[in-house]
Write a protein that binds this ligand. Structure first.
Ligand code: 5AD
Ligand code: SF4
Length: 588
């Protein structure tokens, strides 16, 4: 379903989150909303008076309620916020356009933020902005931010301090430099950012990127502009992300946004809002286009990919109950119907048999047999599953509200390994969660030893405001203990991963070449099916498709590599031949 129009978005957004509805509306200040609710935006002192007066008078005569009603009844195909050709009454079409101003985008945090950057850029490019990779020549600097841990936010505050100097030193003749905070930190801190760092001109939450041209136009008058409304249906389904590296062999395709799980430590449901899935048809269309462009790998992306549920068409809304993994529960009322992840994965994997399909990040609760079976039987769905455990102690898992015990998790691991022989597993772990004892920690150590993950992401717990843990639990593990436990987990993870990876020595792995190795120009770098980095010499080799012909492998080629050594993070070997995914599967 396409986003509904503005008024509906406002109303629906009110139902979500701990924020009082009034504050949520007031915080979507500037432009339209400031007039509707009688709030003024601070920070107007920077612009010459003439421009400001002209703008302010138009702002005062700004949009009537009718303006939104008009939008509300418009076709669902159109985006929720006015495009350059359709300005709100207080802006001219010209003011909405980028007029060749240069935007510098900087991304922090997870892959979702990389994808969000591509979406934001796609919207701004359409609006007439240019992109620059040179900070010095930027007219607009946008930071796509992360709030998951305190440290991530500290990095942004430090960066803002550096940017302040750039803004102050800027020559008047170049016009003002605008600085914006996008994504999770904008959503979490809202006007606190504007108050704390007066040099920030713009805030846009994860569901407000369509509004960027308008927000930037508002900042032209020297006012601060913010839109931190969360949506129940925004998936940017119609926005084709613009990839930063055009020569890339792989791409991320966003399939859903938000999260309903409410794990007690996690800020994501508060910054990214309710879980919603993008319509299957638009995902398939994007994957088809990427395949036509010659890309060889697609990663389906979302906070909770395997909870995918496309309810966009009435005929999908049957009463089919949801099959969870055995022994798993949800924190929310179980949903029914819709096109589920197994259906999507099936359809996506049929588009191009030479295109590898991955997905991240899933939740262990949504691995019913049909998903596992599909991964097992399709050659181009990678046999790699991210299975975030977070802890090895059932007591801590309960406090985290993960919806499973250690036993249920371990049983799932066995079931996955039986269903998908040779599957590669990765996981996230948090060290030092509220109330974690030494015994709980040792349980996590033992889970790492028992499962033997190929890839691991390990973090020290960082208490986040608004979360259930913040309200109900005590952050009682001292910082030095958290760090010591984290170090221990990292050491154990590495030992085990080295052992698993060493079992690949002597085997032949199918590697998708990404390019030259960063460490040596005489080596190529790529990834095996399990998503592990593989390095091998860039020399001529046989081409399976043209016997007798010797070729040098290029990015996007599949190469069979004989593995000769392994560490906890990398495999090394030598290339045997260039091949195809289909051909190598037939040889197995
Ligand atoms: N502190 C530390 N790690 C966290 N994660 C999520 N919230 C926190 C937090 N408050 C970790 C989890 C999650 C990953 C993306 O980040 O392990 O799976
Ligand atoms: Fe956060 Fe849990 Fe949702 Fe993952 S599943 S985004 S950890 S609340």
């Amino acid at each position: 379903m396409q986003p509904l129009r503005c008024v509906l978005r406002v109303q629906r957004a009110l139902h979500w989150g701990p924020w009082a509805s009034v504050s949520r509306l007031l915080l979507s200040t500037c432009g339209a909303h400031s007039r509707l609710h009688g709030t003024a935006c601070p920070g107007a002192e920077r612009q010459e008076d003439g421009v400001r007066k002209d703008f302010s008078s138009r702002l005062a005569a700004g949009p009537a309620f009718q303006h939104f009603l008009r939008n509300a009844s418009a076709s669902e195909e159109k985006p929720s916020f006015p495009e350059a050709e359709d300005p709100p009454p207080y802006l001219t079409a010209d003011e909405l356009r980028g007029r060749q101003r240069k935007v510098y985008l900087e991304t922090y945090g997870c892959q979702m933020n990389v994808n969000d950057t591509e979406i934001a850029w796609s919207i701004l490019q359409k609006s007439g902005y240019l992109r620059t990779s040179d900070l010095q020549e930027a007219d607009v600097i946008l930071l796509v931010t992360c709030s998951i841990r305190e440290k991530a936010e500290q990095t942004i505050w430090n960066r803002l301090r550096q940017l302040k100097a750039l803004k102050t030193k800027r020559l008047r003749s170049r016009g003002p430099l605008r600085i914006g905070i996008l994504g999770c930190m904008a959503e979490r801190l809202k006007e606190e950012i504007l108050n704390r760092e007066k040099m920030v001109d713009l805030l846009a939450g994860p569901d407000a990127y369509r509004d960027l041209p308008r927000l930037l136009a508002v900042t032209e008058s020297g006012q601060q502009a913010a839109n931190v409304l969360l949506s129940l249906d925004e998936t940017y389904a119609d926005v084709m992300p613009v990839q930063a590296s055009p020569g890339a062999t792989s791409a991320f395709v966003s399939i859903m946004r938000g999260c309903d799980n409410m794990c007690s430590y996690c800020i994501v449901p508060f910054t990214r809002g309710r879980e919603r899935s993008r319509p299957v048809a638009s995902i398939l269309e994007e994957v088809r286009q990427l395949s036509e462009q010659g890309l060889k790998e697609v990663t389906l992306l979302g906070q909770n990919v395997n909870s995918f549920r496309d309810n966009s068409e009435i005929q999908f809304n049957n009463a089919v109950p949801t099959n969870l993994s055995r022994g798993f529960t949800t924190n929310y009322k179980t949903k029914q119907g819709g096109l589920r992840f197994a259906h999507l994965l099936d359809q996506v994997s049929r588009i191009d048999p030479e295109m590898r399909i991955r997905f991240t990040s899933p939740h262990p609760k949504d691995f019913p047999d049909e998903v596992l079976q599909l991964i097992g039987e399709r050659d181009n769905i990678c046999k790699q599953i991210h299975l975030p455990a977070q802890s090895g102690s059932s007591r801590v898992l309960e406090a985290m509200r993960r919806g499973y015990s250690r036993e249920a998790y371990v049983e799932l691991v066995h079931h996955i390994r039986e269903s998908i022989p040779g599957v590669s597993l990765s996981s996230d772990f948090i060290a030092g969660f509220c109330g974690e004892t030494e015994e709980d920690h040792l349980q996590t150590v033992s889970l790492l030893r028992e499962v033997r993950y190929n890839i691991g992401f390990l973090f020290a717990y960082s208490m986040r405001q608004k979360t259930r843990a913040y309200h109900r639990l005590k952050d009682d593990v001292p910082e030095e203990v958290k760090l010591r436990r984290l170090e221990e987990l990292i050491t154990v993870f590495r030992e085990e991963a080295t052992k698993v990876n060493r079992s690949s020595v002597g085997r032949t792995e199918l590697v998708l070449v990404e390019g030259l190795s960063k460490r040596s120009a005489s080596d190529l770098c790529g990834r095996n099916d399990g998503n592990l980095k593989v390095i091998f010499p860039d020399v001529e080799m046989e081409d399976v498709a043209s016997p007798g012909l010797r070729v040098r492998a290029q990015p996007g080629d599949y190469v069979l590599v004989k593995i000769t050594s392994a560490s906890s993070q990398t495999l090394k070997g030598h290339g045997l031949c260039r091949t195809t995914l289909k051909d190598s599967a037939a040889q197995r």
